[in-house]
Write a protein that binds this ligand. Sequence first.
Ligand code: ADP
Ligand code: MG
Length: 301
Amino acid sequence: MNICILSTNKKLYSTRRLVEAAAERGHDVRVVNHLRCYMNIASFKPSIHYNGEELERFDAVIPRIGASVTFYGTAVVRQFEMMGTFCLNESVAISRSRDKLRSLQLLSRKGIGLPVTGFARSPGDTSDLLNLVGGAPIVLKLLEGTQGKGVVLAETRKAAESVVEAFRGINANFLVQEFIKEAKGADIRCLVVGDRVVASMMRQAQEGEFRSNLHRGGSATAIKITPEERSTAVRAARIMGLNVAGVDILRSNHGPVIMEVNSSPGLEGIEKATDKDVAGMIIDYIVKHAKEGKTRTKGRG
Ligand code: ADP
Ligand code: MG
């Protein structure tokens, strides 16, 4: 197969591993920086250009779109879709997953376990909003944060009110969420490929920190998940429309709750913690499922 990986940096661990896994299996693979792609949106023959030339046709595209460039990155992925190229995760699904509110709304409709979460805009609602999710301690999250940035724990009601005021002051959209204390700073990352959890790890936050992100010094170990966690992760990825996803779950005293679903999950932490060839499993999935014209969006978004 002729596989294209959209990534801004060839040297990133996940990109390198995907290149390696594809090459090991005898595929042609090319890393293309989506930020340097430009597009021709002409009727009937959409095309993508790169470094002064038109890109060749690929059998499959693996988007690795960073959160800071979602808009441009998904436009490039969508252009591949318009050309009928199979994209491992589609543009609509990537956009959905990048918006925490939209994701939670979609998951809640299907009855997936979630932390009690609220969203509001006008300053008059603060008190009732905090009551809605059970009062302090409370977690406040910027809608488009990643790697733990923009996630705040307010231990008291006063602190929560101040953070709400600050976020409102800068016109930021944010969620307020029940603090799952019983998770004790740990969450579970399930790597879903197709309809299987192929690897899972527990991430434990550093001493004195509640955010378990590896970027914030969390540590990862392989973990055996329960059948309920497994089916929750697989269902969440499916609801978001993602073929490959990193689904983050907290163990709450009302069962597994989903925190977020990531569309470009990092491979380094999970491969090292579990010793599994996740990149290889992603390539195998593509070989089995990639077909020309099989994109679901078909221009109808
Ligand atoms: P990001 O996209 O920045 O990673 P998350 O929603 O995943 O944001 O939150 C970052 C981390 O904060 C999570 O991995 C988890 O450890 C912790 N966390 C987030 N929400 C809650 C919550 N409601 N209760 C307890 N811990 C939470
Ligand atoms: Mg997270």
